[in-house]
Design a protein around this ligand. Sequence first.
Ligand SMILES: *Cc1c(COP(=O)(O)O)cnc(C)c1O
Length: 451
Amino acid sequence: MNQAINVANLAQFEARPFKVYTHRQLDKIEALQHLTEEQRFEMKVVASILPFRVNEYVIEELIDWDDIPNDPIFQLTFPQREMLAPEAYDRIAQLMKTEASKAELNAAIDEVRAELNPHPAGQMDLNVPRLNGVPLPGMQHKYRETVLFFPSQGQVCHSYCTFCFRWAQFIGDKELQFAAKEASQLHEYLKEHQEVTDLLITGGDPMVMKTSNLKQYLEPLTQPEFDHIQTIRIGSKALTFWPYRFVTDTDADELIELFQMLVDAGKHVALMAHYNHWKELSTPISHEAIKRIRATGAEIRSQGPLLDHINNSGDDWAKLWRDQVKLGVIPYYMFVERDTGAKRYFEIPLARAWEVYREAMQKVSGLGRTARGPSMSADPGKVEIQGVAEIHGEKVFVLRFIQGRNPNWVQRPFFAKYDDKATWLNHLKPAFGEEKFFFEEEFEAMKKPIS
Ligand SMILES: *Cc1c(COP(=O)(O)O)cnc(C)c1O
């Protein structure tokens, strides 16, 4: 193993058993005992709709229990009443209070969930690739260069984020789960698609998988027929929720060696770390995990959405990016919260999102200004808000595609009427009297079913 990995003083970090609580165990969380009965009941109502899972590391080391309910990591993991619309909340609360039958409660729960747009941005149909005509539900191929792969063993997380846009897959609705069982399908598909340069393993969180499972997917990529796969990205929030994965877990060393092997074989390995707040980077174990990963030559890039109640502040983003740069983590994306799940609670107007981004950018050096955004991962592509401008007396949003279903759309500026309430692309109207945005007709044609 690489010398740099060994020099770390591992003795100071003890292995920690992974202890996790789900919505049925809310009452067992000691830290919640000093909340009121009513607060705990509210949490149960919300947790019956949206998935809940939190582990002891998060509870004990990331949340400041003297700052409840405002603590950002508390907001990131624990259900809050306002995450549901008042009518939806009242309906479920009433059924729970009156101890309605299971059937009645479950029917109501299903209806409330269905109203929360469980599958945003055409993920179910538009993005699913095919191999010899057969759909591959454990993959997505939306942008030419990059294939997303959802290994079946990686479709949970060490804790769940309250704003998760893949929340639907955690509530047991099989139809909404992407998962691939077979490594061979992935490898066949990649062999047939020489235009693909990047593989992104995602979930859930692939870092919940045993290293031996991950290896089955990744090791074959060092063979010459996969030379076109330059970059292996792994999307994960384990650096926040379970940094022990990289340091003291029983197969942590094997994982670090796997990264090293891929780097030595000439691959660019990038851990795409999901971060929302600088507090996630406040523990010694989280620093140690970063150090070990970087010592292999793998990069860590950070991305995450801008969220009300968690990080709606230029100062917080500036500190997050500064702390990341100090630790060698590269800021990559600031996302706009997607139109699903608890969006009503977390959403921020696009105009405000741009202000937060701008304020944060102004407070960091150039090395902290590498995050693109605020970016909406919408149906036609990733659309960035470049700014607000006034052109010949008309106030507009200046927008551009960072990624597009048609690569031709990328980097072309376009304009929408300014709207101080808009929170997503579908709220925006073309500026300057245009009927449609330049990409709309082509995009509509793409959505017609292939016969
Ligand atoms: C964001 C995203 C990618 C990667 O885009 P990059 O700009 O290359 O980081 C790939 N596929 C999907 C579906 C995405 O949303």
